[in-house]
Design a binder for this molecule. Structure first.
Ligand code: ACO
Length: 374
């Protein structure tokens, strides 16, 4: 560990600064990503969502019995309760879906009666998907959609998000996208969760703060913005003109760029294949050709690759999911990663309390209000 000197400065945005040791996951500039030691491609080809969640949380793959009781623990806690749906209704149709989930998560902190940390976390992990599926419809006065008994986590979330029937392959893809969204070493929302955990506040408080951080378009909000862009551009031939105009106006292209991946994001690469396959099977790959045209133009003009959000968005769209639900889906999955970071922080806790360099004035003399000019 580097010795910290008094007043030592770090780069803006903490870029390249390691703020902790972690055993949860690691991404590298060369496009590699590991979950608890397993390459993401290995996880995506073999594991289910719940199995991956157990791996992320506990640090190893579960036995059959452990997986069974983890799934059972999640299923027993799916009922968010009428009180929370009532709060969602009170917020009304104009509320942003992530604000609705954040407020509901915060309310759960006061309503949930789970006796210990493990069960509080399990409750949050289970209920987040129900909040995600209902955060757009319930405030608009629609009836809540609830989980169905016996379904896998990802199938249950999908059936709550959209009435559209998915094929086996589409359901498999949706589960992969959830696995990709579950965890990503250090990032704005996980860091936020760690900061709150370091004060020893409860996991509901930490998850509410994580949701606040996830909302922004530079983080989780990018998948919705990417889809809105695809719907606006419509025609692959218009991609160069659209991007040139955006560059001229100094706008960032949502779903592109990453703090770590500079060549490619392995999750985006896999999602691109899945999107192509879904659309080929349907005999209409127009949305794939449009996405591909924007990716090619971005690379040619800026050498910036797409991130997970850019290819997750058209997958969700193809599955019939409404755009305002894309960031909530991210939250329904990332809650498992957040709780892994929460636990890692509290297990060897040290209050996160950095320093800052004061660059403002000093020694000013107070002027009474009636003597102030201007
Ligand atoms: N569109 C256009 N230019 C970009 C983009 C983009 N999407 N991303 C980076 N750049 C440019 C910047 O303008 C900057 O150029 P400059 O050096 O000429 O000023 C340079 O690349 C470096 O960009 P930074 O924003 O400083 O790099 P950083 O590592 O901080 O950014 C980030 C990472 C925030 C993800 C950025 O790429 C971005 O804003 N992308 C769009 C939002 C997005 O897709 N977020 C999702 C992240 S992944 C996730 O949450 C799953």
């Amino acid at each position: 560990m580097t010795k910290v000197e008094e007043g030592m400065k770090v780069p803006k945005g903490l870029a390249g600064v390691s703020i902790t040791d972690t055993k949860i996951s690691k991404s590298e500039a060369d496009g590699s990503l590991i979950y608890r030691g397993y390459p993401i491609s290995e996880v995506a080809s073999n594991a289910g969502f719940e199995e991956t969640a157990f791996l992320i949380l506990k640090g190893r793959l579960p036995t059959r019995t452990e997986l069974g009781s983890f799934i059972q623990g999640l299923r027993e806690r799916q009922n968010v309760g009428e009180k929370v749906f009532g709060i969602m209704r009170e917020l009304g149709g104009g509320a942003h879906p992530i604000d609705v989930i954040r407020t509901s998560t915060s309310a759960l902190g006061s309503i949930d009666r789970e006796p210990d940390l493990d069960r509080k976390e399990l409750s949050l992990e289970s209920k987040m998907s129900v909040l995600a599926a209902n955060c757009h419809r319930v405030p608009r006065g629609e009836a809540p959609r609830t989980p169905k008994a016996g379904l896998r986590f990802s199938d249950n979330l999908l059936q709550m998000l959209t009435p559209k029937e998915a094929t086996d392959y589409e359901r498999w893809v949706f589960e992969r996208v959830l696995i990709f969204y579950m965890e990503h070493d250090m990032n704005a929302s996980s860091f936020t969760v760690m900061v709150v955990a370091s004060t020893l506040a409860d996991p509901y408080a930490a998850a509410s703060a994580g949701l606040a951080s996830l909302k922004g378009p530079l983080h989780g909000g990018a998948n919705e913005a990417a889809m809105e862009m695809l719907l606006k551009v419509k025609d692959p031939a218009k991609a160069p003109e659209f991007l040139a105009k955006s560059f001229k106006e100094g706008k960032k292209i949502m779903g592109f760029g990453h703090r770590v991946y500079k060549e490619f994001d392995p999750r985006a690469r896999l999602c691109k294949e899945y999107l192509h396959e879904i659309l080929k099977k349907r005999g209409d790959d127009a949305l794939f050709r449009l996405s591909d045209a924007i990716e090619k133009e971005m690379w040619e003009k800026k050498r910036i690759p797409p991130n997970l959000d850019f290819y997750a968005a058209p997958i969700f769209y193809s599955l019939g999911i409404e755009v305002p639900l894309y960031t909530p889906i991210f939250a329904a999955s990332r809650i498992f990663g957040w709780m892994a970071h929460y636990n890692e922080q509290v297990e060897e806790n040290k209050l996160i309390r950095p320093d800052s360099t004061y660059v403002g004035p000093s020694g000013l003399k107070y002027v009474p209000i009636d003597k102030r000019t201007g």
